[in-house]
Design a protein around this ligand. Structure first.
Ligand code: AGP
Length: 625
């Protein structure tokens, strides 16, 4: 997944492009490049490495011009190198292109173009696109781009500039996000994410699949490969740039972990009517106009309440949140729910129909696997709901209804605050459905709501333990294998804790249901393989079982780190390190037990000198399948 940005207007494009690339670096950062048009000539500069390396390389040159394109890369085809970095040009160097996505039929297109004499420099899929435009260009750049796009199979967000039409940027979207920024006094932008341009304008147009934007300093119009006229609404970005600074924290990830007392509150704000002990989820209240059911179309909530099947599709951390949702629907509502890895659901016989509700959970709203699974569900007439953080993202716009996380921009590649917001909203959905189905009476609703409202303060209390968690992290940071074990609602938390450690510290860590350890993994236990147990004692019979699992590990000289309940002093006597969390209802414990695991992973990664916000090989939003 990569980040692209383009600018056209009456300023030097270079500083605007570089500033935008720095904001997009979370999308990929193995190489970066820039192309500007100056006095009728396109100049290109591209480098392996981070934006800073690119910046240093152009400081020495007199690099200015307008329009301009920029790109920060997460390699999909062709290793990270100067030559494989974008922008890519045609043979003449008159056409420059940046791309986010994958051209799946690039090999056959490259062969066709090479047979026609085109010379390629890189090993990327992207480079076929400027050569295709060159092949079709006969004085009309839009037409040439349309003809080139007609041959492309795969996913793309492209931006194109051309020496022969210097007052133009053409941008096209299919499967990868692309937004057009409408600035003042003839300044226009195009970018993968609003974060790159919000400094210059809050007025944006979100392109949909198949749309092409033709942008000049005099204005813009939106069309498609058949030259159709597209009417698009100009929308306003509501959040501020300040939200994406580190505010004095050493890393975005640490800032975002420490925001969770606020962001979990924001997830529930305006959605709990305390006096009436009611839940209000506006995103599920409006009739779904996609259905022509008479007398009036159902709402998202109606579909959930009448669903014969609820399936959650997601990836990574969002999948772990989905698994907690499944446990909530089944344990509290008695409604069967499936959780599918989106990439698996997409390619297996995905058995859904008009009586199914498919919930897509995604922080970015741009994860290709999750988008594909939701599109597959829509094709089979299922109702699709999105639990998404990024406003205006593809999943938010393509699902029939949904609920925003309200967590604010999450810049750290490792997802933290989005996870707790997802779990909080799943709890609200469960409570709302329980009330509507008369499974949860007013008394029980009140008790649950009081517990939910306490969570932000309880999270704040845990966050204050960061330094004591750092001390525990110091004891284990040198080790290279960990097991994370939990039961019930804390089994998905064990998976999430292991993923956090893996992805930012590069330590091998596996999550398991605690009882599963006896069926194989226990063979791994020795003094160099610490076991993290989530051992809160809200559920008595589970707690006793967890304690015996801890004893099994201890008897094999394993080291045990326990996440346990406040006031439980007995467990501290049998484990090597204990981190306590306040007590809450069983199905709400993940909102608390995940916090120490996020901090534990963060501190270990910092102690090991890892790039916490931009871990190797990863990207914040995986917009390729
Ligand atoms: C989580 O820390 C990872 N960055 C990754 O697993 C992520 O959760 C996954 O790629 C899904 O992303 P999404 O929530 O934006 O769809």
């Amino acid at each position: 997944m990569c980040g692209i940005i383009g600018y056209i207007g009456n300023n030097n494009a270079v500083p605007i492009i570089l500033e935008g690339l720095r904001k997009l670096e979370y999308r990929g950062y193995d190489s970066a490049g820039i192309a500007v048009l100056n006095k009728g000539k396109i100049s290109l500069s591209k480098r392996k490495g981070k934006i800073a390396d690119l910046e240093n390389s152009i400081k020495k040159k007199k690099f200015l011009g307008n329009p301009g394109l920029g790109h920060t890369r997460w390699a999909t085809h062709g290793d990270p190198s100067d030559i494989n970095a974008h922008p890519h040009a045609d043979c003449s160097g008159k056409i420059a292109v940046v791309h986010n996505g994958i051209i799946e039929n690039y090999a056959s297109l490259r062969q066709l173009l090479e047979e026609e004499g085109h010379l390629f420099k890189s090993s990327t899929d992207t480079e076929v696109f400027p050569h295709l435009i060159e092949k079709f260009y006969k004085g009309d750049l839009l037409k040439a781009v349309q003809e080139a796009l007609a041959l492309i199979e795969g996913a793309y967000a492209f931006a194109v500039i051309c020496e022969d039409e210097p007052d133009k940027i053409i941008a096209a979207r299919l499967g990868s996000p692309l937004v057009v920024g409408i600035g003042k006094n003839g300044n226009f932008f195009v970018a993968s994410d609003t974060v790159a341009i919000v400094k210059y304008t809050r007025r944006v147009i979100y392109l949909d699949d198949g749309e092409i934007a033709v942008i000049t300093p005099k204005g813009y119009h939106i069309t498609d490969i058949h030259n159709g006229k597209k009417k698009k609404e100009v929308e306003n970005i509501t959040w501020s740039l300040e939200k994406i600074t580190k505010d004095g924290f050493s890393h975005y990830m640490f800032k975002e972990i420490c925001q969770q007392d606020q962001t979990v509150y924001d997830a529930m704000r305006g959605r709990i009517l305390k006096k009436q002990s009611k839940i209000k989820l506006g995103g599920l209240e409006s009739p779904l106009k996609w259905f022509d059911k008479k007398p009036k179309p159902p709402t998202g909530l109606d579909c959930l309440l009448n669903a014969k099947k609820i399936i959650i599709v997601a990836c990574g951390t969002s999948w772990h949140a989905g698994l907690i949702g499944k446990y909530m629907f089944e344990n509290i509502l008695g409604i069967p729910a499936q959780v599918e890895y989106a990439s698996e659901a997409r390619y297996k016989n995905f058995i859904v129909d008009e009586n199914s509700v498919v919930i897509g959970i995604s922080q970015s709203g741009e994860t290709a696997d999750t988008i594909s699974a939701l599109r597959e569900a829509k094709k089979k007439k299922a109702v699709t709901l999105g639990l998404v953080n990024c406003v205006g993202s593809t999943i938010a716009r393509e699902t029939h209804a949904g609920i925003y996380l309200h967590a604010g921009p999450e810049i750290g590649v490792a997802s933290t605050k989005a996870f707790t917001s997802q779990v909080c909203i799943l709890a609200l959905i469960t409570l709302l459905m329980g009330q509507e189905k008369h499974l949860i009476n007013k008394e029980k609703s009140k008790r649950i709501i009081n517990s939910i409202l306490k969570i932000p303060i309880q999270i704040g209390k845990i966050l204050k333990e960061s330094n004591s968690i750092l001390k525990i992290a110091r004891k284990y940071a040198h080790l290279n294998n960990f097991l994370y074990l939990g039961r019930g609602y804390n089994f998905p938390v064990a998976l999430e804790g292991a993923l956090k450690l893996k992805e930012i510290s590069y330590i091998h860590a596996e999550g398991y249901p605690a009882a599963e350890m006896k069926h194989g993994p226990i063979a791994l236990i020795d003094k160099n393989m610490p076991v993290v147990f989530i051992a809160t004692d809200t559920e008595n019979q589970i707690y006793k079982k967890i304690v015996s699992n801890i004893e099994e590990v201890k008897s094999r000289h394993g080291q045990v780190i326990a996440i346990s309940s406040e006031g439980n002093n007995s467990i501290k006597k049998i484990v090597d390190s204990a981190i306590t969390v306040p007590k809450t209802l069983d199905f709400l414990t993940p909102l608390l037990t995940v916090i120490p695991l996020q901090l534990f992973a963060y501190h270990i990664a910092v102690l090991r000198g890892c790039d916490v916000d931009k871990p190797r090989n990863l990207a914040k939003s995986v917009t390729v399948e």
